[in-house]
Every structure is written in structure tokens, then in C-alpha cells.
Design a protein around this ligand. Structure first.
Ligand code: CP
Length: 319
């Protein structure tokens, strides 16, 4: 793997499988009475969040702590960013505190890349979501979840059919998933109204459909995307009701999926809009499992980027 994780497109098939296999090994720690390994003892992980987050921020914190790293949580709200401090000066401050890894979420696409290539910090940079660009650890945890359910928890996702539905235009989750799932051999179909597809989507390694109903009977995993109202500066669809009618996953549409198919959502959900509450809470939904898997996957990413002590030795030491 490279020194940073900025984009799912940077991951080779071997890189991605290494992360998934390592995450699977690390997931076993969650079943122990003491959910901790000493592998990153003495290392410092900074969570630098310029945008709101529940799942990603908490799971990176849990992941770093389970590997015994010291964790500094930085939220732009309540910090000197509100006094106008730049990303550069914030980064230099973190460097002065000895950050070994910086996990960054930012509203500006490219902010993690800037941090990684500026020379302001020496540690590894992990993209925890930048604007509408990428969210690579979300894609990794999604691939992990699909692999557990549809590929026996091993190998790649060759031949699996994944349908991603909704606000692709504003979704960093969709972009990262298309790259990673393609790398792992899956066939991806994006479904959205024409107004919610990005320019150039025809160059992405996936199919595109304006109809949700067409691909569902051949789908192994359907991933519903949040309608990101906060990033919409104009009317992209007539009304919430119309959007839900045309693109929402309700019980009737879920019944069109093959019996083995799973329902996913990266969260946070707009219940009743892109996904019905009954669908989100159904037996087919793996949405809560995605959150659980996020901790193991982020442990694996931190472990691999920071070159932690061998896992076998860790297990012996912590036994
Ligand atoms: N999926 C995801 O990124 O959720 P949060 O915004 O809560 O981190």
C-alpha cells in the first residue's frame, strides 16, 4: 500500500484484498472481553474533522484505540478554524504535536491530497470523506460487508452485481464504491435521475440506468444513497414525494430483489425518502452491520499504513 489512503482508485486488487483480509483478522478482537491490541502503542492518530460525522469519526476513534494508539479528536467547530486559521497552520500544529496519522474529513474535494503532498506533515493521511470526491474507507467497509454476505468472506467480488441508487452527483461514497467494486471484479450499475448524475459518469467503470426497477431482479446488493440536500443549490427533482416514488426503495421494490440480496446504506439515512423505514429495519438490511465492519476496516487501514507490530505477536502479548 501507499503511504496515504486518499482514493479508492489508488488501491490495487491486492491492496484491497490485504485490507479486507486484515480487517477480517482484526474483527475477531471485537469478540474478546478486552477489545484491544498493543500494536500501535506510542503512535498518535489525529481525527481532523472539518465536516460533521457520526459513524466515520467514532469508528476511526474506536479503531485507533483498539490498536492502543493515542487519539486526538479535532473538530473544526469550537477550534481556531472559526477564527480563520488555515489548513496549513492547523496541519503544522498537528505536526508539532507528533501526529503519526491524520484522518481528515473536509468539505473541499482534494483537501486530503493537499495535506498529503504539502510537506506540512510527515505522517500518513487518510481521507475520511472530501467534498463530493471520495470516501475510500466507506467503500472498503462496504466491500467487506458484501464479501461477508455474498462471497463467503474470502477472495474478490467477481461476478457480484451491485446497484447503487440515488444522489450520485453529490456522493463521494458512490465514486469510491464504483472504483473499488470494479477493482474487485463486481459489476456496478448506478441508478439516478439524469439531474443527479455527474458530468463524465460515462467514463466510470460501471453501467448507468435511469430506472431503479430494471436492475433490481438481477441485483446481489443494492446500496441506497442519501439525498444530500445540504449540497443542493437548486431543484434537482420536483419534490421529495416524487423522488421517493421514482427512486426510493420501498417494500414492493425490495420484494423484486433475489432472495439472497442485501440492502445497504452508508448513513445517515433519510427514512421515508430514499429508503422506507420497513426496508431499513428489515432482515435484508445490513446497515448496522456496515457500521460494525467500519471499525475493523479502519483498524486494518491504520495498522497497514502505520506498520504496526505483527498481529500474531500482538495476540500472544494481549492473551
Ligand atoms: N457514512 C458516513 O460517512 O457517515 P458519517 O457522515 O456519519 O460519518
Amino acid at each position: 500500500m501507499k503511504a496515504h489512503l486518499l482514493s479508492a482508485a489508488d488501491l490495487t486488487r491486492d491492496d484491497a484484498l490485504l485490507v479486507l483480509d486484515t480487517a477480517q483478522e482484526l474483527a475477531q478482537i471485537a469478540d474478546r472481553p478486552i477489545k484491544k491490541l498493543p500494536t500501535l502503542r506510542g503512535r498518535t492518530v489525529v481525527n481532523l474533522f472539518y465536516e460533521d460525522s457520526t459513524r466515520t469519526r467514532i469508528s476511526f476513534e474506536a479503531a485507533a484505540k483498539r490498536l492502543s494508539a493515542d487519539v486526538i479528536n479535532f473538530s473544526a467547530k469550537g477550534s481556531s478554524v472559526s477564527k480563520g486559521e488555515s489548513l496549513k497552520d492547523t496541519a503544522l500544529t498537528l505536526e508539532a504535536m507528533g501526529a503519526d496519522a491524520v484522518v481528515i474529513r473536509h468539505s473541499a474535494s482534494g483537501a486530503p491530497h493537499r495535506l498529503a503532498t504539502s510537506g506540512w506533515i510527515r505522517g500518513s493521511v487518510v481521507n475520511a470523506g472530501d467534498g463530493t470526491h471520495e470516501h475510500p474507507t466507506q467503500a472498503l467497509l462496504d466491500a467487506y460487508t458484501i464479501r461477508e454476505h455474498l462471497a463467503g468472506g474470502a477472495g474478490d467480488l467477481a461476478g457480484r452485481r451491485v446497484t447503487i441508487v440515488g444522489d450520485v452527483l453529490h456522493s463521494r461514497v458512490a465514486r469510491s464504491n464504483v472504483h473499488l467494486l470494479h477493482t474487485l471484479g463486481a459489476q456496478v450499475t448506478l441508478v439516478a435521475p439524469p439531474t443527479l448524475l455527474p458530468v463524465g459518469v460515462e467514463q466510470w467503470p460501471c453501467d448507468v440506468s435511469y430506472s431503479i426497477d430494471a436492475p433490481l431482479p438481477q441485483t446481489d446488493a443494492v446500496m441506497m444513497l442519501r439525498v444530500q440536500a445540504e449540497r443542493m443549490d437548486s431543484a434537482f427533482f420536483p419534490s421529495a414525494r416524487e423522488y421517493s416514488r421514482r427512486y426510493g426503495l420501498d417494500a414492493r421494490r425490495m420484494a423484486a430483489l433475489p432472495e439472497h440480496a442485501i440492502v445497504m446504506h452508508p448513513g445517515p439515512m433519510n427514512r421515508g425518502m430514499e429508503i422506507g423505514s420497513d426496508v431499513a429495519d428489515s432482515e435484508r438490511s445490513v446497515i448496522v452491520e456496515q457500521v460494525t465492519n467500519g471499525v475493523s476496516v479502519r483498524m486494518a487501514v491504520l495498522y497497514l499504513l502505520l506498520g504496526g507490530a505483527p498481529l500474531v505477536a500482538d495476540e500472544e502479548e494481549s492473551a
